[in-house]
Design a protein around this ligand. Structure first.
Ligand SMILES: Cc1cc2nc3c(=O)[nH]c(=O)nc-3n(C[C@H](O)[C@H](O)[C@H](O)COP(=O)(O)O)c2cc1C
Length: 386
């Protein structure tokens, strides 16, 4: 994908001449998931790329009849043209891996180039921490309305008073936790129950000969269950802190990397981009997607990536509810350093990459960080846990 990216600069000469204050400079940026970085290209490279297909191999001699050699050389250096010689092997393999994964190009670009590394000190993450909602309203005006109303009030058909069930009580007690009890451990029984309820499988089935499927608590696009759970355990009774993979069929942890307490906290902080109120959780759950499992069925499909992202939302809500039922706090965050997580877990992002991070553990007795609890089901008016 090629993006015409605009860079705005202050144009003092223009200002004094009574013209535009801002000068726009447009650069062409190539976004290619087989390359790790965004690549700047110039107009001649852009034009040249527009004359080449992406499927058939072309001899360099034929290409040189219509594209200047310097442009060919430059595109080869940048990895946007790929040669069949040995020194292009690495990049050729990456390109072949993108193709073999059956990614929809738009989805591949959206996923690849929205991944963060080492975010946490910049404005992106802190935007609502350093600028209050009052600041936002002052700068941008009020947000769009909290309600959508499509007909006049007298045209609405009122429903009967809803009946209450235990599920309603659970929903009313659910609140994103930003106050974990750093002085206690999560009990092993709660840990085990929650993992099995939310992430474990109820059955393993040979759906058709040679194709195995899982039955789990959440629905899954195509029934393929492409999500995996990796745990960063920081405070669980009977488990050393470190990174683990959850084995869904055996309901067991697979130890990956042991970490001392400080290293586990540092890594947690990196995973959730410096949101230290989330790093404090006793367990962080990284939900990754094994894209090929879904794309095996939905090849180059416009909805496949969206289905995977939606599925992570289902798991997250189940995790909130299971934690709430056990009297624990839980959260979900999309502000995560995917690239750092991939490195820590040894994942190749072309095959498997994080979608979201959740966390859970016992709540603190006192609320020090903001939570949204207008019903007062979690905290009393003095900020003490009910
Ligand atoms: C996909 C998603 C991403 C979220 N990311 C963050 C986050 O990065 N930091 C944070 O403090 N809360 C995050 N939240 C939690 C929301 O802030 C929270 O749900 C919202 O304020 C409403 O509060 P409640 O969950 O207690 O009802 C996220 C929620 C969702 C669904």
């Amino acid at each position: 994908m090629i993006e015409p990216r605009e860079q705005l600069t202050l144009d003092l000469a223009g200002l004094f001449a009574g013209g535009n204050v801002l000068a726009a400079n447009i650069e062409w940026i190539a976004l290619a998931p087989h390359l790790d970085a965004e690549i700047k290209i110039d107009a001649s490279e852009l034009t040249a790329l527009g004359t080449m297909g992406e499927t058939s191999w072309t001899s360099i001699g034929l290409l040189a009849q219509r594209v200047a050699s310097a442009v060919i050389e430059s595109l080869l250096r940048k990895g946007l043209l790929i040669g069949d010689g040995p020194h292009h092997m690495g990049i050729r393999e990456r390109d072949e891996a993108v193709r073999a994964g059956h990614w929809r190009p738009l989805s591949a670009v959206a996923h690849y180039f929205s991944r963060w590394s080492d975010a946490g000190s910049g404005e992106d993450v802190h935007v609502t921490r350093h600028r209050t909602l009052t600041d936002l309203v002052r700068e941008h005006g009020a947000p769009p309305s909290h309600l959508t109303e499509r007909v006049e009030k007298d045209q609405r058909q009122t429903l009967s008073q809803p009946r209450r069930s235990a599920l309603d009580t659970l929903f009313r007690r659910r609140a994103t936790c930003r106050n974990f009890d750093t002085g206690s451990l999560l009990g092993e029984a709660d840990f085990s129950d929650l993992l099995h309820r939310v992430l474990g499988c109820h059955d393993v089935v040979e759906v058709i000969p040679g194709a195995m499927g899982l039955k789990k608590s959440n629905p899954s696009g195509g029934g393929l269950h492409p999500l995996e759970a990796y745990l960063l355990v920081r405070g669980v009774e009977g488990f050393a802190s470190g990174l683990y993979h959850y084995h869904v069929a055996e309901h067991a942890l697979e130890p990956l990397t042991p970490l001392d307490a400080d290293a586990a906290y540092e890594l947690a902080n990196r995973f959730v981009a410096g949101q230290d109120f989330f790093s404090n959780a006793h367990v962080l759950v990284v939900l990754t997607a094994r894209f090929r499992r879904t794309f095996w069925k939905y090849r180059n499909h416009p909805k496949a990536y969206r289905a995977i992202v939606l599925e992570a939302g289902h798991v997250s809500q189940n995790l909130y509810l299971a934690a709430t039922e056990l009297g624990l706090g839980a959260y979900v965050t999309a502000a995560i350093n995917e690239i750092d997580i991939e490195k820590a877990l040894g994942l190749d992002p072309l095959q498997e990459s994080p979608i979201v991070v959740c966390g859970f553990g016992p709540r603190a007795d006192r609320r020090t960080m903001l939570e949204f609890d207008p019903l007062g089901t979690v905290w009393d008016e003095n900020g003490r846990r009910r």
